[in-house]
Ligand binder design. Structure first.
Ligand code: URA
Length: 431
């Protein structure tokens, strides 16, 4: 097939290689990623290639080269002079997953530098930046100089990725989103890891979730993704470890933007829900270990206020007022227990979708989100209840949003006579 002038390959030939189940060469991968970023490969051609990759897979060698090409599409930050070992955490996303908020200042308080580039929420899982932006004055868009300066002074920064960080991924991820090609393990792994390599962190802990509220429901799929990402990160010189964690139940009691900030502050104050504290500490221990700070106990920094001090410095450093009151919902509706018993499950997916319908999430990336909307779990699995007790609270700015969320959340909390044995939140570690 004819090539565009000046191009070494024709996109259609590259697509055909993968369509027929063959292996792409390094040169073909480098070219197609670069040419797509430049606009020399059309969206429909990249969509066909992404579908061929989804159906045929990629070898470990192809996935590593694809990742390298995505990093090379933009700038790679150099954090070697910030004066601390750098370590980051990435979660594949879950309902009520506010762990980045307490974890980032906690790990910084223990001596590491945490360059946390985060995103906004799309669909039923919330975005870290949407939560932080409920704090009056908080700025998620920092320049490269501001990012490095805060990392040096506070040791912790949580902001949006700049446009020059893995631009190939930004374009490809948006295309995959509308062409049913997100669910490819090599494409997910290369997407996530390319951004982390470009961000310049020396070490990375992955929180790979499975269960009803996770992006991958099956444990086996989450484990495959975790293994590919650990291998990719390590091969690119980033010390990488993954924890596989349960996302069948929302994390904590709060699912929404400002209410998750409040719950995170409770954790930083030494309280908060047991599961949020446990996962924060489990991830912090992995991060500190990779940063060479394995003898520091992060539980001490939660107890003695150092993590809270670091949170305040982080928020202030990004223009926010850590003491300002957070927005509160105007409308509240409750879901009550219809019998006596014990809560046996609270389904994360249905809670996530209900929070999204109440206004906490967005359907399209340009939509606004409500700061105060969400769902509060008044009871969690294992809690005893009496008929009529409040199980869930629905919060919204606009009462018109409540009926659809009520419909979604009906039956999300189940009540039985007793709770069967529960499995641990952190199911496996992959290194
Ligand atoms: N998150 C990402 O950043 N990329 C994917 O492909 C999927 C989830």
């Amino acid at each position: 097939m004819s090539r565009r002038s000046g191009e070494p390959f024709a996109a259609v030939d590259v697509i055909r290689v993968k369509r027929d189940g063959n292996v792409l060469s390094d040169q073909q991968i480098d070219w197609v990623v670069d040419a797509y970023t430049r606009g020399a490969v059309a969206d429909e051609q990249m969509a066909a290639l992404a579908m061929a990759i989804l159906l045929r897979g990629m070898t470990p060698g192809e996935t590593a080269r694809w990742t390298r090409a995505m990093v090379a599409s933009g700038t790679r930050l150099d954090l070697s002079d910030i004066g601390r070992p750098t370590v980051d955490k990435h979660s594949t996303g879950g309902v009520g997953d506010k762990i980045t908020l307490p974890l980032t200042p906690l790990v910084a308080a223990c001596g590491a530098g945490v360059p946390q580039l985060s995103g906004r929420g799309l669909g039923h899982t919330g975005g870290t930046l949407d939560k932080l932006e409920t704090i009056p004055g908080f700025r998620a868009g920092l320049s490269g100089a501001e990012f490095a300066s805060q990392l040096r002074s506070v040791g912790a920064v949580i902001c949006a990725a700049g446009d020059d960080l893995a631009p190939a991924d930004r374009k490809l991820y948006a295309l995959r989103d509308v062409t049913a090609t997100v669910e490819s393990i090599p494409l997910i792994a290369s997407s996530i890891i390319s951004k982390k390599i470009a961000e310049g962190t020396s070490a990375l802990v992955l929180d790979v979730k499975f269960g009803s509220g996770a992006f991958l429901r099956q444990f086996a799929d989450a484990r495959d993704l975790a293994s590919v990402m650990v291998e990719l990160g390590t091969a690119h010189g980033v010390a990488t470890v993954a924890l596989l964690t349960d996302m069948n139940t929302p994390l904590g009691h709060a699912v929404g933007n400002s209410i998750e900030v409040t719950e995170s502050i409770e954790v930083l104050a030494g309280g908060g829900p047991a599961d949020v504290v446990a996962l924060t500490l489990a991830l912090a221990r992995q991060m500190l270990d990779l940063a060479g700070l394995g003898d520091v106990d992060p539980a001490d920094a939660l107890r003695d206020g150092r993590a809270m001090d670091r949170w305040r410095a982080l928020v202030r450093g990004q223009g926010g007022d850590p003491a300002a009151p957070l927005p509160v919902a105007a409308e509240t509706e409750v879901v009550r227990a219809d019998r006596d018993g014990v809560v046996t499950a609270v389904d994360a997916y249905r809670v996530g979708v209900a929070a999204w319908q109440l206004g906490a999430g967005r359907a399209r990336k340009e939509d606004p989100v409500s700061a105060a909307a969400g769902v509060r779990l008044r009871r969690r699995p294992g809690d005893p209840v009496r008929a009529g007790d409040v199980l869930l609270e629905l919060l919204a700015d606009d009462a018109a949003r409540i009926p659809a969320a009520q419909e979604t959340i009906r039956g999300a909390a189940t009540i039985g006579d007793s709770l069967q044995e529960t499995l641990p939140l952190v199911r496996e570690r992959i290194a």
